[in-house]
Design a protein around this ligand. Structure first.
Ligand code: FES
Length: 107
């Protein structure tokens, strides 16, 4: 299974195996990773699964759709160039080694 690294705002890293076809958000929720709330369960309507993709990332990521793009302006923490909604990042073997950073807060 692909390994995804979640970096909390305080710098603590947690590496988990995430099943293919799950999302980066579900990988966090199913493994008890704090820092991703995911209130809407992956429906791209809450913005509480905001992550910053590691700036050194070389993994191909899914295309950002318009709904995600617009919602990222209304998250609890600043939108950055590398912001994504983790529920909109499907996990495949290509994402093995992906690193995402959690913002200071989601609500
Ligand atoms: Fe709600 Fe991602 S879980 S927008």
């Amino acid at each position: 299974m692909p390994k995804i690294t979640y970096v909390a705002h305080d710098g603590v890293e947690t590496v988990v195996d995430v099943a293919q076809d799950d999302t980066v958000m579900r990988g966090a929720v199913l493994n008890g990773i704090k820092g991703i709330v995911a209130q809407c369960g992956g429906g791209a309507s809450c913005g509480t699964c905001h992550v910053y993709v590691d700036p050194e990332n070389t993994k191909p990521l899914s295309q950002m759709h318009q709904v995600e793009d617009e919602l990222l302006y209304f998250t609890a923490c600043e939108r950055k160039e590398n912001s994504r909604l983790s529920c909109q990042i499907p996990v495949t073997e290509e994402q093995d080694g992906l690193v995402v950073h959690m913002p200071e807060k989601q609500l």
